[in-house]
Write a new protein. Sequence first.
Length: 117
Amino acid sequence: MKISLKNIVIFVRDLAIAKKFYKDQLGLPLLEETQMMMEFFPGEGTRLGVAMAMHEAALPLVGRHTGITLTVEDIVTLCRELSAAGVKFAEPLEASPWGKMAVVIDPDGNQIALVDR
């Protein structure tokens, strides 16, 4: 029996506002979109889902640290652009021995880490 990871989902309250953040501001490549969910990162790898928190069990999952980390090729430029666009940071861009990292907050309060390696 083969098992693989299909996607990881972030729950939001407003999909249109989330689309602006994830697609337009972060620049994630959109694979598909329905009225209830978007999936990012086309190809054979794991996808990132952004879904409406419709079920009462999903509502407490909105607005938290997601544990998701995205690798960003030019993290300095992206963080500058996000700051200029008014995106909030839980942790500003910082350098460490292992690389650069920042944590952004989406419009619903979900936190996503950005790293350069």
